[in-house]
Design a binder for this molecule. Structure first.
Ligand SMILES: [Zn+2]
Ligand SMILES: [Zn+2]
Length: 56
């Protein structure tokens, strides 16, 4: 999951993006610089799995 792109610019996001410093979604772009970034709600599969696994 790590050698096929760059991590999304949102700290809590598990998604990868094709270019460094980019975001997987508009949600991430808007929330990356805010302090409530303890979880990602971009809606992509990687992040939904992570939410289910951690229970928060
Ligand atoms: Zn995400
Ligand atoms: Zn993202």
């Amino acid at each position: 999951m790590s050698d096929n792109g760059y991590r999304c610019g949102h700290a809590a996001c598990e998604c990868t993006v094709p270019t460094g410093g980019g975001f997987c979604s508009t949600w991430c772009e808007e929330h990356a610089s805010s302090s409530d970034g303890h979880r990602c709600e971009c809606g992509h599969e990687a992040c939904e799995h992570r939410m289910n696994a951690e229970g928060r």
